[in-house]
Design a protein around this ligand. Structure first.
Ligand code: PMP
Length: 393
């Protein structure tokens, strides 16, 4: 049976060239980079190279502004908790949005229990942060604003440059979770004037289990993980060299290949979206039409549930998702879909396809040809389908 993988936001294969770069660091180069002997020299070199490759990708001024972590979740936790802990004397107010990943939202909720005030900004129907609302929320007490670069669940890209201008009229820091944008969008921390940026590795075909946090020089924050003082004392724990080297190589490849690949994916994405919206009545696009991630096809179908569509797609070899990979385990509709104003049943009718390197025009055709029949069959059985439409949807 044909297999079509379109769940890249949840997980990607490691690029062969990345794997090749990592392999020597499992057995050949195993010295601890903190040690004082020749075995450490090669691992130190690998660490330095990876840091520089990542700094290059995001146009950081210095590679010393890149700190390795275990994942994007840790980077988000660190950025927010670290700034809160270090700056609470300046103020105890944090601003974020209603569409962030749980690794941002849940840290903010914990901080609220510890006496911080957190404002959750509303977004418009496409998931874009409203700059007026941001301006109104900023006070002398605000120490941090955390907004994602792009949302993986609805594809919408946030106006980071404009957000940064508003934020930096105050004394607050700006943290940007760039996880979903990695390897797809050109990120420039200098142009966007970002203070802290969360980076992930698997989103650019690097290994899982490694991430990074960009910290602009001069940004004041406490470490989250303390111990042996690795990463300039900011993130302790013996460095995971194979993964770090892999993430560096993935960043180098993304820098060289991202532009062409994003162009290719955007074309596939648009063909996919048009193919569905034109062929399936009562189908809609979630998120912004043009300011969206090149690989993101977030659809919504009236009268039926995402889960039943997923199961039917799985039977014909197509892997998609009903929403954020991280929230798919709960029956609650995604907070992102609720934040853009979707009703409970609308959110449940959502289906997310995230494209990747191995997807082709044929894959898109395969899904665009199959999905109308699946939707039709499910609608014929669904108690939510109005009886007058039952024959024709
Ligand atoms: N931020 C965003 C926007 C995400 O989509 C995710 C999940 N891929 C994360 C953070 C957390 O990533 P991880 O599970 O790799 O820590």
């Amino acid at each position: 049976m044909r297999k079509v993988y379109m769940d890249h936001t949840a997980g990607r294969p490691v690029d062969r060239r990345v794997l090749r770069a990592m392999t020597p660091y499992f057995r050949g180069f195993y010295g601890n980079p903190s040690s004082l002997h020749s075995f450490a020299r090669e691992t130190r070199k690998g660490l330095k190279r990876a840091r520089a490759q990542i700094a290059d990708l995001i146009h950081a001024e210095r590679s010393e502004e890149v700190f390795f972590t275990s994942c994007a979740t840790e980077s988000n936790n660190w950025a927010i908790r670290g700034v809160a802990a270090r700056n609470e004397k300046r103020g105890k107010h944090i601003i974020t949005t209603g569409i962030e990943h749980m690794s941002v939202t849940n840290v903010c909720k914990l901080l609220m229990k510890e006496g911080f005030k957190v404002s959750f900004l509303p977004v418009d129907e496409y998931g874009k942060v409203e700059l007026d609302a941001l301006e109104k929320e900023l006070t002398d007490e605000t120490i941090l604003v955390s907004v994602m670069y792009a949302n993986g669940e609805i594809g919408t890209i946030e106006p980071i440059k404009e957000i940064s201008e508003v934020v930096h009229d105050s004394k607050a820091y700006l943290h940007v979770d760039a996880t979903a944008a990695m390897g797809q969008l050109e990120i420039d921390v200098k142009k966007d004037d970002v203070d802290l940026l969360t980076l992930s590795s698997n989103d650019m075909y690097g290994p899982k289990g490694v991430g990074a946090l960009y910290i602009k020089r001069g940004t004041r924050l406490e470490p989250l993980i303390v111990g042996g003082g690795q990463e300039s004392g900011m993130r302790s724990g013996t460095e995971n060299l194979p993964n770090i080297v892999g993430m560096g190589r993935a960043a180098e490849l993304a820098r060289a290949e991202m532009k062409a690949e994003s162009r290719r994916l955007s074309r596939l994405r648009d063909r996919f979206i048009v193919g569905i919206l034109e062929n399936i009545p009562h189908s809609f696009l979630n998120g912004h039409q043009t300011e969206r991630l090149p690989n993101n096809v977030a659809l919504r179908f009236s009268f039926i549930e995402g889960e039943s569509m997923l199961l039917n797609l799985d039977i014909v070899g197509v892997a998609a998702s009903s929403g954020s990979a991280c929230t798919a385990k709960t029956l609650e509709p995604s907070h992102v879909l609720r934040a853009i104003g979707l009703k409970h049943e609308e959110a449940h009718g959502s289906l997310l396809f995230t494209l990747g390197r191995q997807n082709t025009d044929d894959d898109v055709d395969y899904v665009v040809n199959l999905l109308p029949n699946i939707v039709k069959r499910l609608r014929a059985m669904s108690p939510l389908t109005p009886s007058e439409l039952r024959e024709n949807v």
